[in-house]
Ligand binder design. Structure first.
Ligand code: FAD
Ligand code: FES
Length: 338
C-alpha cells in the first residue's frame, strides 16, 4: 500500500511506493532530505517520526533489524533512518532542512601541496578553479572521483575561504586512493572532485555549549567548523576531545592548543588509547573521557566525527547521560565499497 509522508519543517509531501524507502521516495519527488551513505551506516538521514510507524524489512534485511547507523535508544525515542525505513502508515517526519550551500558540482582541482602530517596522515591542499564560485559550509566534504568511476570522500579541514581547500587524509594500507594514488600525487597534478556534499555543519540555532568529539582524521570537519567560529562574538563555549592511538599521532596538537586564543572558553582534551608510559594525559576511549568530565550532557550541542564504532558507542552512552538527540550531529567515516 502507498503511504504519504509530510515533512514538518518545509510542508513538502511525497508518496512512498510499497517496499520503497522514505529517502528514495523523497528523491524521486526531487525533495532533498539530508543523507550521505544511503546504506544505513552513517546516520545522516535520521529523521524524527512525529506521526506514524516504520519498519526496516527489505530484500537485504529480511528480519527487519535496525540499521547500523541507528541504535535501539534512538529508535525507542522515535527516530528513523530515511534511507532504510519503509513506512507502515502515513508519516509526518521532522528534520532541519539542509543549510544553504551550492549543489554538488564536478570540478577539476589542482593539487597545491601534499605534505605528511604524521606517519599515516597527509595534508592535501587543493586549489579550485577561480570561477568555481562554490558556496560550501564548514564541515562538508568532497568526493574524489577514481578512474574506474567510484569515488572516495574526504572532509574539508579548513574554513571556506577563497579557492584553496585543505584535507587530512589517513592512509588505509592497500587503499586505492589513500595509499596507492596519494603516494604518487604531487603539486601541479589535477584531481576530479565533486563538492560540496554533506550536512554535518555547525548549527548556530542551537545556542548551546559545544562538545566536539573526534577520532583520527575526524578532526578535519571539526577544525573547519571551529576555524569559522574563531574571533566570532557569538562563539559558544567549546570542548574538543580528540581520540588517537599514540602521542605521535596527535598531528595538530600544537596548533589546536593555540585555538584557545581565538575561541570562547576553549577546552582541549587529547585522549590516547595506546599511550606510551611517558604520556601524562588522558588514556582510554575518547567517549569515556568525555563522560568522566561531563556526566550531564543535557545542555550541550554534540558533534561526533570519525570512526563508526566510536560514533555508535558515543550515541548510546551519551543518551544515557542526558544528551538530546535533537542536538547531536554525527559524521561517520564509513567505508566506501562504491
Ligand atoms: C563523509 C565521509 C567523509 C570522510 N572524510 C575523511 C577525511 O576527512 N579524512 C580521512 O582520512 N578519511 C575520511 N573518510 C574515510 C575515507 O573516505 C576512507 O578512508 C577512504 O574512502 C579509503 O579509500 P581508499 O581508496 O584508500 O581505500 P579502499 O580501497 O576503499 O579500501 C581498502 C580497504 O580498507 C578498508 N577501509 C576503507 N576505508 C576504511 C577506513 N576509513 N578505516 C578502516 N578501513 C577502511 C576497506 O574495507 C578495504 O578493505 C570519510 C568518509 C566519509 C564517508
Ligand atoms: S544516508 Fe542513511 S544512514 Fe547514511
Amino acid at each position: 500500500m502507498m503511504h504519504r509522508v509530510v515533512w514538518l519543517e518545509t510542508g513538502q509531501s511525497f508518496d512512498v511506493e510499497p517496499g520503497e524507502a522514505v529517502l528514495a521516495a523523497a528523491q524521486r519527488s526531487q525533495i532533498e532530505l539530508p543523507h550521505e551513505c544511503q546504506f544505513g551506516g552513517c546516520g545522516t538521514c535520521r529523521v524524527r517520526l512525529v506521526e506514524g510507524r516504520v519498519g526496516y524489512e527489505s530484500e537485504d534485511n529480511e528480519t527487519g533489524e535496525l540499521p547500523m547507523g541507528l541504535n535501539p535508544e534512538e529508535a525507542e525515542a522515535g527516530y528513523a533512518l530515511a534511507c532504510q525505513a519503509r513506512p507502515a502508515s502515513d508519516l509526518v517526519i521532522s528534520v532541519a532542512p539542509p543549510l544553504a550551500c551550492s549543489s554538488p558540482t564536478r570540478l577539476r582541482a589542482t593539487v597545491e601541496s601534499v605534505q605528511p602530517l604524521c606517519a599515516d596522515v597527509t595534508h592535501l591542499r587543493l586549489c579550485l578553479p577561480e570561477d568555481a564560485g562554490l558556496v560550501f559550509r564548514p564541515g562538508q566534504y568532497m568526493n574524489v572521483q577514481l578512474p574506474d568511476g567510484r569515488h572516495r570522500s574526504f572532509s574539508m579541514a579548513s574554513r571556506p575561504d577563497g579557492n584553496r581547500v585543505d584535507f587530512h587524509v589517513r592512509r588505509i594500507p592497500g587503499g586505492t586512493f589513500t595509499d596507492r594514488q596519494l603516494a604518487t600525487l604531487c603539486a601541479g597534478q589535477t584531481l576530479d572532485v565533486e563538492m560540496p556534499h554533506g550536512s554535518f555543519c555547525y548549527q548556530a540555532r542551537d545556542e548551546r555549549p559545544l562538545l566536539m568529539v573526534a577520532t583520527g582524521t575526524g578532526l578535519a570537519p571539526i577544525k573547519s567548523m571551529l576555524e569559522a567560529l574563531m574571533d566570532d562574538d557569538d562563539c559558544p563555549p567549546v570542548s574538543l576531545y580528540w581520540g588517537m592511538r599514540t602521542e605521535a599521532d596527535l598531528y595538530l596538537d600544537d596548533e589546536i592548543r593555540r585555538w584557545a586564543d581565538r575561541l570562547y572558553e576553549f577546552r582541549y582534551v587529547p585522549v590516547l588509547s595506546r599511550a606510551g608510559s611517558d604520556w601524562t594525559g588522558r588514556r582510554g576511549h575518547v567517549q569515556d573521557a568525555v563522560l568522566a568530565d561531563l556526566p550531564d550532557l543535557s545542555e550541550h550541542a554534540i558533534y561526533l566525527c570519525g570512526s563508526p564504532a566510536m560514533i555508535a558507542d558515543a550515541k548510546t552512552v551519551f543518551a544515557r547521560h542526558g544528551a538530546s538527540m535533537d542536538h547531536l550531529y554525527a559524521d561517520s567515516f564509513v567505508f566506501q565499497a562504491h
